[in-house]
Design a protein around this ligand. Structure first.
Ligand code: ADP
Length: 398
């Protein structure tokens, strides 16, 4: 059975066609600059050369039509016709308080996605456009919504309620939701399997460390807490996001700089994190590491602060679960940066965490990186959000 996975951003559309018999990727690609001059489709059929198609894509609808043409093209295509596609799985950012489990899209689901535009202003409108474009291009095929907030919805009230007047939860659904949900779900599940842990009771902390970064704690695959909140701004220090901050900082900057709240929130989202802390070196962790090596003090502090905060969250989540069986690192930094992994784990000696340097000398593939006598299993588990979405879709349409 072949499943098409779609991930729409405001001006982009990523896709993967996955053969669920062996979970292999048959083709994948990216539409860029949708609705902007100079739009381009990059299509990569498995085992063949990449194809770049420059064509106007005024809407997500035209982007999907181009993707369908590319998939069926006699030269670089991979299917004869769309009958070969059994279902489409969509990453949808926000399901609000209503949805946590993946679900086959119907009018009610679309209504909720629309009602959550306020909560996910950049993504939810694009996600809905992607769904409607697929409905138009492949009438009658099931479309499945997989929520990025889904995993975090299992958090107990004590973890998801903000200590603000309750009326704001009632009126506006203001609570902690958590993001990167498909990644945390996938990686915690894979960590349990790979580490041979008890699937019902294993206490797992997943560190998703990329440009966007978050930590989650889960017991038996069920989320207990996660570091992002109402929006992805809360929690860890990220490439450009500040993560946790005293909200009074916002008021202070507004008053001192004559800016309004929206401008300062934009600074906290796009100009802060290691980019801001390093005095503007870069949001890319490799550049920050290079600058540190050249003696840049601010870059060094940014890296240390990033690592320190991850370690603090691991400590907090170990307390939340009264223990931890496994810690799994994933995403760009987590999968590639052995120095960063080791530095984080160096804070965790009190938990009996011991890293095996040889085992930790690994990139982008599943591995146990802790020593045989470590009390906690530490692992590298590459994330695969597309496969997670395809598996959720398959489970619903089979
Ligand atoms: P996102 O999906 O949030 O954009 P990724 O998971 O792709 O992010 O991670 C991107 C980040 O991973 C970048 O900041 C990049 O510098 C970092 N990264 C990739 N390789 C390494 C490495 N070897 N060492 C440190 N950081 C790395």
């Amino acid at each position: 059975m072949k499943i098409l996975v779609i991930n729409c951003g405001s001006s982009s559309l990523k896709y993967q066609l996955i053969d669920m018999d062996d979970e292999s990727v048959i083709a994948k690609g990216l539409c860029e600059r949708i609705g902007i001059a100079g739009s381009k489709l990059t299509h990569q059929p498995a085992g063949k050369d990449k194809v770049e198609i420059e064509k106007d894509m005024p809407t997500h609808q035209t982007a999907i039509e181009l993707v369908m043409e590319a998939l069926q093209d006699p030269g670089h295509g991979v299917i004869k016709n769309t009958d070969e596609i059994s279902a489409i799985g969509h990453r949808v950012l926000h399901g609000g308080k209503v949805y946590s489990d993946s679900i086959i899209v119907n009018d009610d689901v679309k209504k909720v996605i629309r009602e959550c535009f306020d909560l996910g202003p950049l993504h939810n409108p694009a996600n809905l456009m992607g769904i409607e474009a697929c409905e138009a291009a492949m009438p009658g095929k099931p479309n499945v919504a997989v929520w990025d907030t889904g995993f975090g919805m299992a958090m107990p009230e004590k973890a998801y309620m903000y200590a603000i007047p309750h009326e704001y939860y009632e009126k506006y659904s203001i609570r902690r939701y958590g993001f990167h949900g498909t990644s945390h779900m996938f990686v915690s599940g894979e960590a349990i399997k790979f580490g041979g842990l008890d699937p019902k009771n294993a206490k797992v902390i997943v560190c998703h460390l990329g440009n966007g970064a978050s930590v989650s704690a889960s017991i038996g695959g069920k989320c207990v807490d996660t570091s992002m909140g109402l929006t992805p701004l809360e929690g860890l220090i990220m490439g450009t996001r500040s993560g946790d901050i005293d909200p009074a900082v916002v008021q202070f900057i507004c008053n001192k700089e004559g800016k309004d709240v929206n401008e300062v929130l934009n600074i906290l989202n796009k100009k802060s994190g290691v980019l801001g802390m390093s005095g503007g070196v870069s949001s890319d962790f490799r550049d920050i590491e290079a600058a540190k090596k050249e003696g840049n003090h601010l870059a060094e502090v940014a890296l240390e602060a990033f690592i320190y905060r991850v370690a603090k969250y691991i400590g907090a989540y170990t307390a939340a679960m009264n223990g931890v069986d496994a810690i799994a690192f994933t995403a760009g930094v987590g999968e590639n940066d052995k120095v960063g992994r080791k530095a984080i784990c160096s804070y965790l000696g009190y938990l009996g965490v011991k890293i095996d340097d040889e085992a930790n000398d690994v990139r982008g593939k599943k591995a146990v990186i802790s020593a045989a006598d470590s009390k906690v299993k530490v692992m590298l588990i590459p994330t695969n959000e597309e496969l997670a979405i395809a598996r959720e879709t398959l489970a619903l349409v089979q």
